[in-house]
Design a protein around this ligand. Structure first.
Ligand code: ASP
Ligand code: MG
Length: 438
């Protein structure tokens, strides 16, 4: 069985829901994971924000607007009075439920309940639409099987067992619809898998049922070997290894949530990225297969800050790096790139919330310099060290660009450069010309 996930924009209007319905009613048995309609989770966060600030009036205004929007979608989606009424009644109940939270104490616990309603509503709408159209569909609640443990990590054994139980209740269904993102925690309370977590749901379900494939459907125009907004010519990427995908996911290749990779990779289930706007295109297949000797893609990430600490005390000393890293750790700041020499170490970060404190603390150990407005350029592909010529090619493409840091050998799949943001376009174009022959 396949697992298909559709994101917020793919179910973002009545028309888009109808398009999804067409895609999933091909007669094949499947599980369909849906996000909330686009914008809804953000609106629910905003409602919660008003409630945290003890402003029920502000919250109510947004709740009313959101409810009105849903009424319009429902009006457009169904053709029979029966299903219109059925869904309207359901959605009214949901909004009354959300309103009930404007009266009492509001904590993180209540916020999570509110955030869960977006997916609960969207899945109900789509399931009712398919029922109206006469399809053999059942809605199974993620709250019945998706669960995290005491470390807030998904609990695969529980998920597998409970999901199996849910599916066995409806052995004859053709389509199982379920919510992405939402779950219960170890104490049975409503929780979620973090923003953007629907991809993660799809991957966890895929692993739990040993799916033949996990499909992530978005309305983004597929995965390209370079940034089409910046570079003249790009080509679609048809195949990626999971680790190549993981490298790219950090670079906001906004196609797949990074958390989605691990469960699929371990269960050895291929993930296919597909485009709802172009459903017959082959998309990008992510699996454990490496295409040997092939550079797959180049990606960039802006707003990077480089920090260098130089100290003669580092020479022949041990434990120096630990002290440096501990400072970043104590400010919950993760380091992305790192380069060392005998007398200095350079690091890059994308989160500068505690930069001032970090720099202050680092000064205890050496001379510190900071470069802002930097950009990481990442070349992804089969860059196993025994392969010759690939790093040379990438370096050659960068020959006219001032390069602040180079990182190679951290994984088998990546070489990264830190450059100035203003050189990004030139660098991406040159890499594209050198590495891919379009
Ligand atoms: N609706 C959730 C969010 O917007 C989960 C998702 O879309 O993946 O974060
Ligand atoms: Mg989303």
């Amino acid at each position: 069985m396949k697992v298909l996930k559709f994101g917020g924009t793919s179910v973002g209007s009545a028309q888009r829901m109808k398009d999804v319905a067409k895609l999933i009613t091909d007669g094949e048995k499947k599980i369909v994971v849906l996000s909330a309609m686009s914008g809804t989770t953000n609106t629910l966060v905003e409602i919660s924000d008003y409630l945290y600030k003890k402003n029920p009036e502000g919250a109510n205004e947004i709740i009313n607007n959101l409810e009105a929007k849903y009424r319009r979608h429902i009006d457009e989606l169904y053709s029979t009075e029966e299903y219109k009424k059925k869904t309207l009644d359901f959605v009214r109940g949901e909004f009354d439920f959300i309103r009930s939270y404007t009266k009492d104490l509001f904590t993180l616990f209540e916020e999570k309940v509110i955030l869960a309603q977006g997916e609960i509503i969207s899945t109900n709408m789509v399931a009712n639409y398919l029922l109206e159209q006469g399809f053999n569909v059942v809605l199974i609640s993620a709250l019945e099987y998706m669960r995290t443990d005491k470390n807030a990590e998904p609990d695969p054994i529980y998920i597998k067992e409970k999901l199996k139980g849910q599916l066995e209740k409806y052995p004859d269904a053709d389509i199982y619809i379920t919510q992405g993102f939402i779950c219960r925690n170890a104490y049975g309370e409503i929780d979620n898998l973090q923003r953007g977590g629907s991809d993660y749901t799809a991957s966890l379900i895929g692993a739990a049922i040993n799916a033949s494939e996990i499909q992530i459907w978005t309305d983004i125009d597929g995965m390209h070997d370079n940034d089409p907004r910046v570079v003249d010519k790009t080509s679609p990427v048809r195949q990626l290894q999971f680790e190549e995908a993981a490298e790219l996911a950090y670079f906001g290749a906004k196609i797949l949530h990074p958390t989605c990779i691990q469960p699929a990779k371990y269960a050895n289930i291929p993930v296919r990225l597909l485009n709802t706007m172009e459903p017959s295109a082959p998309g990008t297949l992510i699996s454990n297969e490496t295409e040997h000797g092939k550079i797959k893609a180049v990606a960039a990430k802006d707003n990077i800050t480089a920090i260098k600490i130089k100290s003669s005390r580092m020479l022949l000393a041990h434990g120096f790096l630990r002290k440096v890293f501990e400072i970043f750790e104590s400010y919950q700041t993760s380091i992305d790139m790192i380069c060392t020499s005998e007398v200095g170490v350079s690091m890059s970060v994308d989160n500068t919330k505690h930069l001032q404190e970090i720099v202050n603390d680092l000064k205890k150990y050496g001379t510190v310099t900071v470069d802002h407005g930097m950009c990481i350029i990442c070349v992804v592909g089969d860059l196993t060290w025994e392969n010759v010529g690939f790093e040379t090619k990438a370096l050659y493409a960068m020959r006219e660009i001032p390069v602040r840091m180079i990182s190679y050998g951290g994984s088998n799949y990546n070489i990264s450069f830190l450059i100035k943001e203003e050189d990004k376009k030139r660098a991406l174009q040159s890499l594209s010309d050198t590495l891919f022959n379009h």
